[in-house]
Design a protein around this ligand. Structure first.
Ligand code: SF4
Ligand code: SF4
Length: 429
């Protein structure tokens, strides 16, 4: 993005303050500098040279932002907050505003998450080296409460997913089970592929049961969302180009379907993000125009498969709105409408369902204290609902909320909506 565009984006804020009550960090701290309006003032100061990127207070307040985009939903002036934040974070990275060790560990963690083989190998090696016996205080000191690296059950659970059914790749082609109605490409993701391959399998099964041919391939890499949100824009652009290339061989796709909210919101912006690249602009725009979240796609297509109850007893489900689905893509009704089709399921309203759970990509790794506060806030609301299942359509939310549920010994199941739909499919499908 050029400087003039960034300046125009900064100027769209009229300082009305209507976004403040939607901002999770402002709700927790009550500090103007931890609100969208306050951060925009800081980013404007950086842009105009009135504030220095080496000012630790500036870095602190910008790092504490979750990038959840709740402020965009609340803002009547259409401030493109996430674009502004990405530019500011890229500037902080370029100016080496943080200690070198902080930058390097952040970068190494992102690079590991974005490379499925490296992530799988890292988890396996860590598991083999520690045998699960790493002392909890040491693990906590190293990894805080990160859902991938945390000690105890979570660490073991994450490692055990690698190579188990959850880590198995999808077939390149899944035929439609009922009469064919659509041909879709499916994003298998990076973290999703390694730790939540079972959700990918559920997604393909649900799509096939509703008359879709599902195509995928192993050439796919990371979509670049995690790097982009953390200001590593050049790497993110390279990942976007590679993903467009990976889908180029597929002819005649009606849609490119994703089950990960964070990936979907970035994929839908590829046309805009690669608009200045003459070699990719047209293909990236065509790619982005086909991207659909799986709930959005199925709701549009129309659900046709038979469903049976999940249990002999009625089941109450609370739906948590993943930030990049609700705020990033405006998708709120479709997953709820699909879940409501399952016989015996009652959807119970979750207070503050659109307030971030604290996961936010690598935020729970870089800002464990605030992430923990928001996790506790989310768990309190979940407990108020009395629901036995919490549904969420993003791997980070599932992992982070589940880590809180386990830490508190709660009897609550976390599940992606497509997993519940797949379980409810009649056996013939
Ligand atoms: S992105 Fe989220 S945390 Fe950051 S300012 Fe906006 S609402 Fe607050
Ligand atoms: S970001 Fe939007 S809602 Fe928030 S203060 Fe600025 S104009 Fe108002």
């Amino acid at each position: 993005m050029n400087d003039r565009q960034h300046e125009q984006d900064l100027m769209t804020c009229v300082h009305c303050g209507l976004c403040l009550s939607a901002c999770p960090t402002y709700l927790e701290t009550g500090s103007e500098a931890d609100s969208p309006r306050g951060r925009i003032v800081l980013m404007r100061g950086l842009h105009e040279g009135r504030l220095s990127p080496s000012d630790p207070d500036v870095v602190r307040h910008l790092d504490l932002c979750l990038g959840c985009r709740a402020c965009e939903t609340a803002c009547p002036s259409g401030v493109p907050y996430s674009s502004i934040l990405e530019v500011a974070r890229a500037r902080l990275n370029a100016d080496r505003a943080r200690p070198v060790v902080t930058d390097q560990s952040r970068r190494a963690f992102l690079d590991t998450l974005a490379r499925p083989r490296r992530l799988a190998m890292t988890l396996k090696m860590a598991d083999a080296l520690t045998g699960g016996a790493i002392p909890a205080p040491v693990a906590n000191a190293l990894a805080g409460n990160n859902p991938l690296l945390r000690s105890g059950g979570g660490w073991r659970a994450s490692a055990s997913r690698v190579g188990a059914a959850a880590g198995q790749p999808l077939p390149a082609f899944t035929p439609a089970v009922s009469p064919k109605r659509a041909r879709v490409g499916m994003l298998t993701g990076c973290v999703m592929r390694v730790l939540y391959g079972d959700i990918n399998a559920d997604t393909a099964r649900v799509l096939a049961a509703n008359g879709c041919e599902v195509l995928t391939n192993r050439r796919q890499g990371c979509c670049g969302a995690l790097h982009r949100h953390n200001g590593f824009v050049r790497d993110a652009d390279d990942m976007a180009r590679a993903l467009v290339d990976a889908f180029t061989p597929f002819d005649g796709l009606d849609a490119i379907v994703t089950n990960s909210a964070g990936c979907g919101s970035t994929l839908k912006e590829y046309g805009h993000l690669l608009a200045d690249d003459p070699a990719y602009a047209a293909r990236a725009a065509a790619f982005a125009a086909k991207v659909r979240d799986v709930s959005e796609f199925l709701d549009d297509l129309g659900w046709t498969a038979s469903l049976r109850p999940l249990s002999d007893q009625p089941v109450s489900v609370a739906y948590h709105d993943a930030c990049h689905l609700a705020h990033g893509q405006g998708i709120r009704d479709q997953p709820r409408a699909l879940l409501a089709k399952i016989p015996g399921v009652t959807l119970v309203p979750l207070p503050e369902s659109e307030i971030c759970c604290g996961s936010a990509g690598i935020y729970n790794f870089t800002e464990p204290d605030m992430a923990q506060r928001l996790q506790s806030r989310k768990l309190d609301h979940i407990l108020d609902t009395g629901a036995s299942i919490v549904a969420a359509a993003n791997p980070g939310c599932l992992a982070w909320i589940e880590s809180g549920v386990k830490a508190h010994g709660l009897d609550i199941r976390l599940a992606h909506p497509v997993t519940l739909l797949a379980e409810a499919l009649a056996e013939t499908t």
